[in-house]
Write a protein that binds this ligand. Sequence first.
Ligand code: FDA
Length: 492
Amino acid sequence: KENFDVPIVIIGSGYGGAVSALRLCEAGKKVILLEMGLNWEKAGIPFSNLLKPGKSSAWLKKKSIAPFMNIFPLTPFTGTLDRLDFESINIWVGRGVGGGSLVNGGMAVTPKENYFKEVFPNLDAEKFYNYYFPLVHKELKVNIISEQFLKDCPYYKFTRVGEKEAHKAGFKTIRVPNVYDFRYMEKEFRNEVPRSALNTEVIYGNNYGKNSLDKTYLKKALDTGNLEILDLHRVDTIRMNTDKSYTLQVQQTDTAGTTIAHKIFNCKKLVLSAGTMGTLQLLLHSNAIHDLPLHKHIGKNWGNNGNFMTGRNWVKPLSGGTGARQSTIPVGGIDNWDDAEHPFFTEIAPLPMGMDVATALYLLINRVDKKGEVYYDPTNQSLKLNWDKSNTVKMRENARYFIRKMNQANGGTRSHFLFHNGFGADICYHPLGGCVLGESTDEYGKLKGHENLYILDGSLIPGTIGVNPFVTITAIAEYCIENLIRKNEFSV
Ligand code: FDA
């Protein structure tokens, strides 16, 4: 086995990992980032689009795993999209240099201030809304579609129809910012540049247009000369040594998932940014194998961010369907959060199937009244989740209310074509929590019971944030790493 002694290791290159990498590198620290997925830019392999799933479409699977249309046989490859299947819920996650930013829809939504305060009562909300959120908007290159383009572009008929219908049903709509460059999209439409959002690219990666983390935080971090990213390096276990440093068991794989080298990394400081499920897997598995000390709250306060998918089939030709050609980037949302009885937010999602299926898709985000818990099953050496129908009762009620109101005003039926009974309670894109800030960590993400281990990713957020989460994950990571650096936590 090859042995490496390095000062600082970050595990995972999603939002938490990318922010940590940039700020540590800017502070003059040498950083090694271990990422189990592929560096797609370096590999020079194009991402596949939704209609022709190829190499990038699934993490080492024999069949494509998008929530819909899974008839495509595949040769297992270290693709960008993975699905973790639990008894009552399936969780989709991104893999590769850039983590979830490679696969996600780019919706860059700032949480409502009063809900942020409710979720994080101990954080200085004013500082977040005046400083951290504007900072991450700038770094992530968040922008907004022009109203004229939205009005004119045939690829946004699904949004225009969705908004009109929502208004007719008495709902309020909002414009949703995104990290996809809308100026680029306008050029796509005029055929001046290669197409991506207008060519059914999303969830298996975007070849153009999207400012994913490899184009923003990670690029800036690499430009400092202090960052080395090792892709296709999967960390299997973490051991704490007697001097409170860490030893990591790592497997380097090829793109077929076959191990080509076993490596050991010894590091003084460890930042764990493997995403909610990856971080919990590493902590709980390492606890079982190497007795890694764990705080009693690890795994608790987990939630699906209220994710609940639903859809409507149009029966009324009056609406004119949702359009055969659809941009993959959502720009509209329905904001019903302030309704005391049925609080929810939903994106008006595209369904770019290449034909007019006259169907509307919605990813509702609800409050999480009953949290779940992640724990370790030693027999299968895998994670288990305490999460069942009882956790989603209120979400289902909200979805039912929403669809009924939309159908009453506009016609249409609940979409049995998309989901069994019309409700996708088991689809989760936003796993959050399990290592909650200030519960199992100190106020800046340092794991309790440890001197040199920091958690910086979605697992810090207690299961809910009321909107799509990456803006919040990025802002929390900025806040934590700034304070950790200020406190000289990384002086190695
Ligand atoms: P993230 O999951 O991004 O990164 C973790 C990284 O760690 C991954 O690259 C993983 O491969 C790596 N890793 C894990 N275990 C490892 C190990 N043992 N060794 C080495 N590396 C390891 N959010 C939003 O705000 N707007 C949106 O539009 C969407 N849309 C969306 C669509 C889809 C299909 C998905 C799946 C998700 C979204 N999201 C979203 C959610 C968003 O992408 C997600 O919340 C963030 O990516 C989470 O950021 P983290 O930093 O927590 O980890």
